[in-house]
Write a protein that binds this ligand. Structure first.
Ligand code: ATP
Ligand code: LTN
Length: 326
């Protein structure tokens, strides 16, 4: 069995792009691997957070993890800051990474673009991510394409430490999403669906009420030729809806095209609303059951304990290799 590690930041609610593109994969992977899924709260404070809101978001994401089918009996689910070794290993790795390579990270460049001086934590964000992954001896890291550079850096750091101090880390591999798994914004099919876009109607959050889902889909940007055909260049809006339809229903895109041939967008969008609402309803029910239950905190506590055992073992190995401690 392989070890899988991934993390999601507790910033805002998850949308169907996060779900179809990343989280659904997390659920599938837990059948044949040892999976560790983390809510990376230390990463989220690299940009300013309201402490009260952050605490809620951590539990929101944990509940959503469970609601979509991540099973804490099969996988380890925990909150990053509850396992001290993440910050500890990050320090050791910071001493083995270079300002030059960190300055080249596009995410840092984008996020620090508008300010004269960025927080050091934002600069070191990828090193903390490397620590997350290397602590658990992960073989596979399922992430979006936007994380490719961070995975490369993790591999570089792991190899560098192994070469310098002897075999210490497993060199992980990224498992990247198919390009087709990218869900685009409903109001602008040229940009990806995102948590932080100002227009609420650009996305469907996993917890949206049916009326909001209906409004967002019925008003989604398409084109004027009325043909249901998958063509991301000429018909990006319709293609995105076809992609969402196919991902939720499991029907191949070509079957959906045939089914709606000659029917215009109205019927297609109406059916899509139903499919999305029906797919999200059970997730929302499970979410409501667990979100305020003591069980949630108990499960996260168990996750912390299991993660901590693995993380401590790695830290002992690291300290030994580096000559740290007594
Ligand atoms: P933001 O847009 O505010 O930066 P986000 O919505 O991209 O946030 P992240 O927390 O960065 O969310 O991503 C969580 C996971 O979901 C990542 O693996 C990312 O690649 C994936 N993901 C994010 N948006 C989409 C999308 N539109 N389609 C498919 N996968 C996505
Ligand atoms: N940077 C990632 C979140 C993240 C992560 C990780 C993903 C933090 N640590 C370790 C995989 C493995 C993001 O923004 N999606």
């Amino acid at each position: 069995m392989k070890r899988v590690f991934s993390g999601v930041q507790p910033t805002g609610n998850l949308h169907i792009g996060n779900y179809l593109g990343a989280l659904r994969q997390f659920v599938d992977l837990q059948e044949e691997n040892h999976c560790v899924y983390c809510i990376v709260d230390l990463h989220s404070i690299t940009v300013e957070q309201d402490p009260v809101v952050l605490k809620e978001h951590i539990l929101d994401i944990a509940s959503l993890y469970m609601a979509i089918g991540i099973d804490p009996k099969k996988s380890i689910v925990f909150v990053q800051s509850t396992v001290p070794a993440h910050a500890e290993l990050a320090w050791v790795l910071m001493c083995n990474s270079y300002t030059g390579e960190l300055s080249r990270m596009t995410q840092f460049k984008q996020k620090s673009r508008d300010s004269e001086s960025a927080p050091t934590g934002l600069f070191c964000y990828p090193v903390l991510m490397a620590a997350d992954i290397l602590l658990y001896d992960a073989d596979i890291v399922p992430v979006g394409n936007d994380q490719k550079q961070h995975i490369e850096l993790t591999r570089d750091i792991a190899l560098r430490v192994n070469n310098k101090y002897g075999e210490t880390f497993i060199v992980p591999e990224g498992r990247f999403l198919r390009e087709g798994a990218r869900i685009m914004a409903l109001d602008d099919p040229m940009s990806k669906m995102s948590k932080s876009a100002p227009n609420e109607a650009s996305r469907i959050s996993l917890l949206d009420a049916p009326a909001k889902i209906k409004k967002a889909i019925m008003r989604s940007t398409t084109d004027s030729d009325g043909e249901i055909r998958f063509d991301t260049k000429e018909k990006p809006g319709v293609s995105n809806l076809l992609n969402i339809y196919s991902s939720f229903s499991g029907k191949p895109v070509s079957d959906i095209e045939k089914q709606y041939a000659g029917q215009g967008y109205g019927a297609f969008k109406k059916d899509l609303v139903e499919i999305v609402v029906d797919s999200l309803t059970p997730i929302q029910e499970r979410y409501r059951e667990i979100r305020h239950a003591q069980e949630l905190k108990d499960l996260l506590q168990e996750g912390t304990e299991k993660a901590d055992v693995i993380a401590r073992k790695t830290m002992t190995r690291v300290k030994e290799r580096f000559g740290l401690g007594i």
